[in-house]
Design a protein around this ligand. Sequence first.
Ligand code: FUB
Length: 336
Amino acid sequence: MCGLISCQAIKSDKAQSKAAPLVSQIYTADPSAHVFDNKLYIYPSHDVDSGIASDSDGVHFAMRDYHVISLDSVDQPATLHPKALDVDDVAWASRQMWAPDAAEKDGLYYLYFPAKDKNDIFRIGVAVADNPTGPFKAQPHPIAGTYSIDPAVYNDNGEYYLYVGGIWGGQLQHWHYGKFQSQAKYPADNEPALMPKVAKLADNMLSLAEPLKDLILLDQNGKAITQGDNDKRFFEAAWMHKYQGRYYFSWSTGDTHKIVYAIGDSPYGPFVFQGTVLEPVVGWTNHHSIAEFKGKWYLFFHDSAASNGATHLRSVKMLELTYDSEGKIIPINAYK
Ligand code: FUB
């Protein structure tokens, strides 16, 4: 099995990318894509070289702010917008502004982001703007009842669902019965894996309407995916989209470096495993989103090809995503 320091999924010198970075002024990662008013907006992390040595908790991902990327059409260059939010403007946050997402409701835009609080515990915050690119104004406290990382917000006809979670550095293994335990606890390899969490957002988009609960991911035999099934079990990078009336939940397998997906009939699941969306990319992390724009579907992802494989210096890219006649995603290899 690969470790965070010792293994990269694909070496940069073997990778001929099919896609170019959307922007090259800064390093960007963890793209969450949405279409607002017929324009594509991507909410990424902003990778920086902090000089912090890497560890398996990802302390070298020391991001401090967010910038939004937008595209009027896929044939035109992307626009990188000015800073949308800085950690110094978030009263409760201390460090590590990781993968964000955004949602629109009634003309306001909500940026959801994970950051470590003053006790070094990851929480999910929310910041509000009157336009999609910000600047966003952060709420004074994290969203009550939230924890871990990688928020993804899915708008299902005006009902908004928040998905969160990540193991290892994402701290999900420290949460039991809604309480943070300093001792990490993982299920045994043959037990159900730690599952991502879901809750509906309240009407004000600033709080949860209900406590976070497990989003159940099943294998093709209807059994919960087990902790030892590293090729399938949830690691981080939750995303939800709907295709032809069915809900597609996708995620990163972490130490096996894939983006995989499962299909369900409700935003709450359960979801049945289907297969791979994206093969491993250059760098350790794999993180994505999926959105429809002007009649075509696209996969948004990142890799470290432009930084010669530096895991914490990634670039956001996009490729068209297609389905077969039964709605199965045709797996993407970003290099072949
Ligand atoms: O960018 C920091 C972390 O790396 C994200 O939160 C994870 O999903 C992984 O991409």
